[in-house]
Write a protein that binds this ligand. Structure first.
Ligand code: PAF
Length: 269
C-alpha cells in the first residue's frame, strides 16, 4: 500500500528525509485511468511520487456537486498500489479541510484575465478556489515537478500562469487527456452517467472534432443530440466545450487545428 501521510506537516518532514526527486499529482480522489496515467508518468520521471487526495470545497460552486463527489479513498490507494514501480515510492497526502484552510479561506488567489472566460463565466469562484488550493498543495508538496491533465485546459493554463507569477519552484508538466475507446474524456463525473448517457456523451468529442462545423454549429448539433451546451469556443489554440447531460456537467477540449492530439500536445508542452 502507498504510504499515507494525513497531515501536511508529516509530509514536509518526510520530504526532507527523501533522497531524490519528487513528482506531485494533485487529485480530488475517485481515481480513474486518466489520473493513473499522471501518476505513472510521475513515477517514470521522479524517484518518489506524492498524490494528494482532497475534495476541495472552495472550488465547487454548487453544494450538491460537492456532496455528490464520490469519496473512494480505499479503492484509490489500492489502484495506486497496483501501478508498475509503485512499491515504496508512492505517498498519499489526504489532509482535512482544517489542515488546508487554517485561515478559514480568508486568503485567496484570484486571476483576473483568463479566469473570467469560459468556465469562469459559468462557475463563479471556481478558479479562485482551485488556484488557492493548488498554491497551498504545491507549497506543501515541495515537489520538483507537478502533473496536470490537459482535459482541464483552462485550469492548466491558470496554474502555469500562477506558478510563473509567484516564482513557484515546481515545474508544471501538462499530460494528454485519456479517453475511453468511444472518445469520451475520462472524468470522475462519468461514473454518474447511465450506460445510455455514456454512449450519448461520446458525441461531444465527435462533434468537437468535426472542423467542418463552426463553434455555433457544434452548439446546435449538441442541442439536437440532447445536450445542454454552456459554451463551445475556440481560444488558446483549443476548441473547448462545457455541456450538461442530465444532471452531469462534462467538459472537454481538443487542439483547434488539424493534426493529431499527440502532435498538438507536444506543441503545448
Ligand atoms: O483537477 C482537479 O482534480 C482539481 O482541480 C485539483 C487540481 C486537484 C485541485 O483541487
Amino acid at each position: 500500500m502507498p504510504h499515507i501521510v494525513s497531515v501536511p506537516k508529516k509530509w514536509r518532514k518526510q520530504r526532507k528525509s527523501l533522497n531524490g526527486t519528487v513528482g506531485f499529482v494533485p487529485t480530488m480522489g475517485n481515481l480513474h485511468d486518466g489520473h493513473l496515467d499522471l501518476v505513472q508518468r510521475a513515477l517514470a520521471e521522479n524517484d518518489f511520487v506524492l498524490v494528494s487526495i482532497f475534495v476541495n470545497p472552495t472550488q465547487f460552486n454548487q453544494a450538491s456537486d460537492y456532496e455528490a463527489y464520490a469519496r473512494t479513498f480505499a479503492e484509490d490507494c489500492a489502484k495506486l498500489d497496483a501501478l508498475d514501480g509503485a512499491e515504496n515510492r508512492v505517498y498519499v497526502l489526504n489532509p482535512t479541510e482544517e489542515d488546508i484552510y487554517p485561515d478559514d479561506y480568508a486568503l485567496k488567489i484570484t486571476e483576473t484575465e483568463d479566469a473570467e472566460a469560459l468556465e469562469g463565466k459559468f462557475r463563479p469562484g471556481h478558479f479562485t478556489g482551485m488556484l488557492t488550493v493548488v498554491m497551498k498543495l504545491l507549497n506543501i508538496a515541495a515537489a520538483d515537478r507537478a502533473y496536470f491533465g490537459e482535459k482541464d485546459f483552462q485550469q492548466l493554463l491558470l496554474v502555469r500562469k500562477m506558478t510563473e507569477a509567484f516564482f513557484v519552484d515546481t515545474e508544471i508538466i501538462p499530460c494528454p487527456t485519456r479517453r475511453e475507446e468511444s472518445g469520451l474524456a475520462m472524468s470522475s463525473r462519468n461514473n454518474r452517467l447511465s450506460a445510455e448517457e455514456k454512449a450519448q456523451a461520446a458525441q461531444l468529442y465527435a462533434l468537437l472534432s468535426d472542423f467542418s462545423l463552426t463553434d455555433a454549429e457544434v452548439v446546435k448539433k449538441l442541442e439536437k443530440a440532447g445536450f445542454k451546451p454552456e459554451y463551445v469556443e475556440t481560444k488558446w489554440g483549443r476548441r473547448l466545450a462545457a455541456v450538461w447531460l442530465g444532471d452531469v456537467r462534462l467538459i472537454d477540449n481538443i487542439p483547434a487545428e488539424c493534426g493529431t492530439e499527440e502532435e498538438k500536445h507536444a506543441a503545448v508542452s
